[in-house]
Design a protein around this ligand. Sequence first.
Ligand code: IPD
Ligand code: CA
Ligand code: CA
Ligand code: CA
Length: 274
Amino acid sequence: MEIYKFAYQIINDAGKVIRESIDEEIQIETKSNPNDLVTNIDKETEDRLFNNIMSAYPNHRILGEEGHGKDIKDTDGVLWIVDPIDGTLNFVHQQENFAISIGIYIDGEKYAGFVYDVMNDKMYHALAGKGAWLNDEQLKPLEDTELKTSLISTNPLWLTKEKLSDIYVPIVDDARSTRAYGSAALDFANVAKGITSAYLTMRLQPWDFAGGLIIAEEVGAVVTNQLGEKLNILEANSILVGNKSIHHELFNEYFLPHKALLEQIHNDRFRGKS
Ligand code: IPD
Ligand code: CA
Ligand code: CA
Ligand code: CA
């Protein structure tokens, strides 16, 4: 419980620092391509969280998107998986709709998840086995829904890909409607809150899903990759998260028929690469 309260506090504080500097000029750099951005605030926030954690718990380990713990290859001990700003493009273009996301795992087991919607001061948090909350309000167990009467979320990019469009177009066609929020962590939080029924995407990194996974599972969401397998918190993977029945429907009726293609994509992209 001590770690949980500490994590809540440092994430809250880091969010406050971001809010207070939101009107200041930011430095933007590109990473793997011209649309893959990182700002000084992403890096400063990760450094701030890293320093806070290290000064309180010097033997904990931290895997962060912006460089900390790149050599981590196992889940021994207390592992913090940190995305200092999830939704950097929203941060840069909108100055809102981004989150600080943290998942804490102890010897590979879920311990606590946090997704902090910074500009709206909404902290989604969960303690494994004990429940999930939005600020002080406990989130309710998810109700089952069917795709045809559900809102789902995904990245529209997948509809533009030649082979993947065979999978994604029918899903988008059959859903009541589809949203694209631009922050995977908030996508998980939205499913946990029940305002979308499922989130599906072809590729996330551990820091994109480590926090949201714990929150979503605490309210009964099913979280797997698109082959129906459990996620490994140290590896990139595809994602299918939703309430129990829509997950079952999406997996069995939309993903399973494309198993061979998905196996090939997973083997090429994820297997043996960490
Ligand atoms: C990104 C966001 C986005 C998802 C990308 C992620 P970042 O994280 O979560 O919604 O579609 O795959 O990389 O880079 O803004 O932390
Ligand atoms: Ca990024
Ligand atoms: Ca991210
Ligand atoms: Ca990020």
